[in-house]
Design a protein around this ligand. Structure first.
Ligand code: NAI
Ligand code: MG
Length: 364
């Protein structure tokens, strides 16, 4: 029996292209793993009314971790009309599978490394090396939303300010939820000799939830005296990141800010083709590129697989395969530095699989 069992979830569009690329690299690494394919994505919404079928959740429960490609999501107005006729108007509601997985498996850490690999023509500036830790289970993604707002909610003090026809999305931050992501960011900083952790918030306006996040940050920072604690309002941070990217090292943020900031950081180091994401909990983890299914490129094997290959590297680290992770990282570095094999986004014409093969060839 293989040492590891890995749920293999390509999903929609280019999700399949980039996971095929990851397979090439993992095969060369010689990871002793069994890859178990699972159903996820738009197709299963249309035919079963659920883009994340129960059998896929079970598959994940039976594996060590998952590799995920991407899924297509559409607004709820469109979603119902794309169901097969037998399922239409039966009350099926589309909910993002990836958000559901994060919550169901309590994958509270979202780690997104943003490193400008030397020689990447897409770098905003050489030398950027930022790691974003995004809270992954609560905040504005808690899924507590009302539209229309039930009448009884208007009995709560403060609700008199809210018009009857408003929509409400509740932001939910818990002390536990804030503390565990902040601790993770500091622990990472300590283990990797990082100098500074910046808390991303808007506590001067969003006083309750962001106030709690910042309070927990200030408390926890005291346990890490060797690391400089820093904090910034999310809006000003966006301009400072562009102006002085080298002032930033590790960022820790509540869910939505973390989502936004990590795309900004990804763009500074080459765009979506370089943005990788590890979703980690105490018992399970899922690794993915941050990009979506890019339907216009689906099946063309044209997009950049590096984001997914970086995600595979984080999977190796999670599994404790540290040497394999290091040699994969080195191979990615070398291919980017040489600049001979480049996908279209980098100004070249290599295919997804050629890029993966070039990286695999560097692994000794
Ligand atoms: P997208 O990330 O799929 O693609 C936007 C554009 O970015 C592409 O057209 C392409 O030009 C570029 N791009 C994306 N990945 C690339 C890669 N690996 N290499 C080179 N270029 C790349 O975002 P879009 O078009 O907004 O969404 C398409 C679908 O994906 C939607 O249904 C959306 O809901 C879904 N989505 C899913 C995500 C997930 O599965 N985690 C995340 C984001 C969007
Ligand atoms: Mg995002």
């Amino acid at each position: 029996m293989a040492k590891y069992r890995i749920a293999w979830l390509p999903g929609d569009g280019i999700g399949k292209d980039v996971l095929d690329a990851a397979k090439i690299v993992l095969a060369k690494i010689g990871l002793d793993a069994e890859y178990l394919p699972g159903d996820i994505g738009w197709e299963f919404w249309c035919t079963e009314g659920d883009p994340l079928p129960k059998r896929t959740i079970q598959l994940m429960k039976d594996t060590d971790c998952a590799m995920f490609g991407a899924i297509t999501s559409k607004p709820s107005t469109i979603a119902n009309s794309e169901l097969i006729p037998e399922l239409q108007n039966k009350g099926y509601v589309y909910r993002s599978p990836i958000v559901r997985i994060r919550q169901k498996f309590d994958l509270y850490i979202c780690k997104r490394p943003c490193r400008a690999y030397p020689g990447n023509p897409l770098n905003y500036k050489e030398g950027i090396d930022i790691v974003v830790f995004r809270e992954n289970t609560e905040g504005l993604y808690a899924g507590v939303e009302f539209f229309p707002i039930p009448d009884e909610m208007f009995n709560i003090k403060g609700m008199e300010k809210v018009p009857k026809d408003a929509a409400i999305s509740l932001k939910v931050n818990t002390p536990k939820g804030c503390a565990r992501i902040i601790k993770t960011a500091f622990e990472f900083a300590r283990a990797n000799n990082r100098k500074k952790v910046t808390c991303v918030h808007k506590a001067n306006v969003v006083r309750a939830t962001d106030g709690l996040f910042l309070k927990k940050f200030n408390e926890i920072a005291k346990d890490y005296p060797e690391i400089e604690p820093d904090n910034a309002n999310v809006d000003s941070l966006c301009q400072w990141l562009l102006k002085r990217p080298f002032n930033y090292d590790v960022l820790v943020a509540p869910n939505l800010y973390g989502d936004i900031i990590s795309d900004l950081c990804a763009q500074m180091v080459g765009g979506l083709g370089f943005g990788a994401s590890a979703n980690i909990g105490d018992d399970y983890a899922l690794f993915e590129p941050t990009h979506g299914s890019a339907p216009k490129y689906a099946g063309q094997y044209k997009v950049n697989p590096i984001a997914t290959i970086i995600a595979s590297r984080m999977m190796l680290e999670y599994l404790g395969e540290v040497d394999a992770a290091r040699s994969l990282e080195k191979a990615v570095e070398e291919v980017i530095k040489e600049g001979r094999v480049r996908t279209y986004d980098m100004g070249g014409n290599a295919t997804t699989l050629e890029m993966a093969q070039a990286i695999a060839d560097k692994i000794s």
